[in-house]
Design a binder for this molecule. Structure first.
Ligand code: CA
Length: 589
């Protein structure tokens, strides 16, 4: 009895200490298994987006009901891509135009709201979105469209510090969720269509002071504690002339963290400009001299120093806007091997070794890939050279190279929207799109703050009845276990649960729960606007909750091409929906 009381007292004291400290590194490290909170982007820094909760399951999901809804208000109803965070009675979401909200998780009432004051002349390429915040200590962190990172007191919304990541006038912006690793706030940058240089930065979470920076284009110098550290790669090893200076590689989707190998993993976007002939006039068979490292690559980084540990380039000499930023998920395969998985914009799914980023296997996850016929034993694409957009300098007027049809389209077999891994099935659930494009190259010169493409394009569906395709992908065999087809392109995140459910939303506004083994629709709810957000789940007081934001937007309606007719009737919005399985219905069969 005495011992029990002692233990209870100790637990109480520990809870008090945790509350005073807010979100700890341990909370973050264990987020994937702590079912009463969601304190990281990705429901764990490995980004599996898998909940061990099974209170809500295949037999009772039909009883999932709305608990409350929250409107973002105002006239700024654009794409809502946030992932909610839940901690200590509060939910935090970001909204379009760099807004941040704290909400009472029990009632859905607003506690505070922060609207970033954005300057004139910001240059977001692909809608004014934000994909989420990060919690650490007593603060919450999020990035703004003018390429700044803001730290606020999580309880009050008061600004603690605010720092510039990069110069928005040069085309930099910020939309990803930051990540916390050992007291550092880790950020990337956006702006890959403006000839910027992708970079990863680490700041002291308490003060906002820079600890290290790591540009991801070869030739640029990193910094550590305010001093130059090392050059990224080797100057001009894979870039001609001065092209590396405006070489792109935006690190715009944020990163993941693998605790087992103590490695931060970031993707780097397309090399700039899109016109690949200006970066490599040759063919890839000439070797690696024109690969344009580390654009269109995944990069493993030491969190203490910012040094690059390894890289894996998915699309060398990239020329279709196949940004290599897609999230890298750390997982264990069915035999217990520690792997990374990533589904690239270029249409191929890659399994990598977690120790060194080396290629293990790869396979297509969308149909009709036209730019490459496959991958070689090192994971390098086997190019179909005639499906490279033609060189404008070879054209009679020098103004427009030969137009080719490429699949996937530049918006990718998969874009930013995160996939999920199920520890229950061992499969990945990949939100993909089946589409292609006409694309051609044009001459271009760099001008600060101006689009730096040297390309034109028209995006096109491949099939009459669907573009969107949620696929259950077996990472061990490369087989597609099942597919859920959707008319409009999918643009929101996926979540899996131990209850056997796969949650995701559609641009048509449906929020769906599918059977993880068959793809059968078990539950759906019409949210009133398109879903491009990311669902989460948690439990409180013995009940399981699920939240997702609804609010159509993002890149698709801005770049529609022939795809526009599948989306131009969709209504905008901005409502956070929270559902729960009431206790009395949890056991109903
Ligand atoms: Ca891009």
């Amino acid at each position: 009895m005495v011992r029990l009381m002692g233990a209870a007292l100790a637990a109480l004291l520990a809870a008090g200490a945790a509350q005073a400290a807010g979100v700890t590194e341990a909370d973050i490290a264990n987020d994937a298994t702590m079912t009463n909170q969601v304190v990281t982007n990705g429901m764990g820094r490995h980004l599996q987006r898998y909940s061990p909760l099974e209170t809500l399951n295949k037999s009772n999901v039909k009883n999932l009901f709305p608990a409350w809804a929250f409107s973002l208000g105002g006239e700024k109803q654009r794409g809502q891509e946030t992932q909610p965070l839940v901690h200590d009675g509060l939910m935090f979401i970001t909204g379009s135009y760099s807004r941040l909200y704290a909400i009472d998780v029990a009632t859905g009432k607003e506690v505070w709201q922060y609207d970033a004051r954005l300057p004139e002349g910001i240059l977001p390429c692909c809608d004014v979105v934000n994909r989420g915040a990060a919690l650490y200590g007593d603060k919450i962190y999020f990035g703004t469209l003018d390429a700044r990172i803001v730290a606020l007191n999580a309880k009050t919304g008061d600004v603690v510090w605010r720092k510039e990541i990069a110069d928005y006038k040069a085309g930099y912006s910020y939309t990803a969720a930051p990540m916390i690793v050992d007291g550092l706030v880790i950020t990337g940058n956006s702006g890959g269509e403006f000839g910027i240089v992708g970079e990863v930065q680490a700041r002291d979470a308490e003060t906002g002071e820079l600890v290290w920076t790591r540009p991801v284009i070869e030739g640029h110098m990193g910094t550590l504690n305010g001093q130059p550290s090392t050059m990224t790669g080797t100057l001009n090893a894979t870039w001609p002339g001065d092209m590396w200076k405006t070489g792109g590689g935006a690190t715009w989707l944020g990163g993941s963290y693998d605790a087992d190998t103590d490695t931060i993993v970031f993707g780097a976007g397309n090399p700039a400009p899109w016109n690949s002939w200006l970066r490599n006039a040759g063919t890839p068979t000439e070797g690696n001299a024109g690969d344009n490292l580390y654009a269109a690559s995944r990069i493993g980084i030491d969190p203490k120093t910012g040094e690059i540990k390894w890289h894996f380039q998915t699309t060398p000499r990239e020329g279709w806007d196949y940004d290599g930023v897609n999230e890298v998920v750390a997982y264990a395969d069915r035999e217990g091997n520690k792997r990374f998985a990533t589904a690239d914009r270029n249409g191929f799914f890659y399994v990598l070794n977690r120790e060194d980023g080396k290629f293990v296997r790869g396979f297509p996850f969308v149909k009709d890939i036209s730019w490459a016929s496959g991958l070689d034993e090192n994971g390098r694409p086997i190019y179909v050279e005639e499906n490279r957009p033609g060189d404008p300098t070879a054209a009679a007027d020098g103004a427009k190279g030969e137009t080719i049809f490429a699949a996937p389209s530049f918006l990718g077999g998969k874009n930013w929207m995160p996939m999920a891994f199920s520890q229950k099935t061992g499969n990945f659930y990949v939100p993909s799109n089946e589409w292609g494009m006409d694309i051609w190259n044009e001459p271009i010169t760099y001008k600060k703050g101006a689009a730096y493409l040297g390309a034109g394009f028209t995006i096109k569906p491949l099939y009459e009845d669907h573009i969107g395709s949620l696929k259950a992908v077996d990472p061990d065999t490369g087989s597609i276990v099942w597919e859920y087809k959707n008319d409009a392109p999918l643009w929101g995140g996926v979540m899996t649960t131990a209850g056997g459910l796969v949650f995701f939303g559609t641009p048509e506004g449906e929020f769906l729960a599918l059977d993880d083994e068959t793809g059968e629709v078990l539950w759906s709810f019409q949210t009133g606007s398109g879903i491009v957000g990311q669902p989460v789940t948690w439990e409180q007081d013995g009940e399981q909750y699920v939240s997702v934001i609804s609010g159509w937007g993002g890149a698709v309606p801005l770049w529609g091409g022939e795809v526009a007719k599948k989306v131009n009737y969709l209504n905008q919005g901005g409502t956070l929906w929270t559902f729960k399985l009431p206790k009395q219905l949890a056991k109903v069969e």
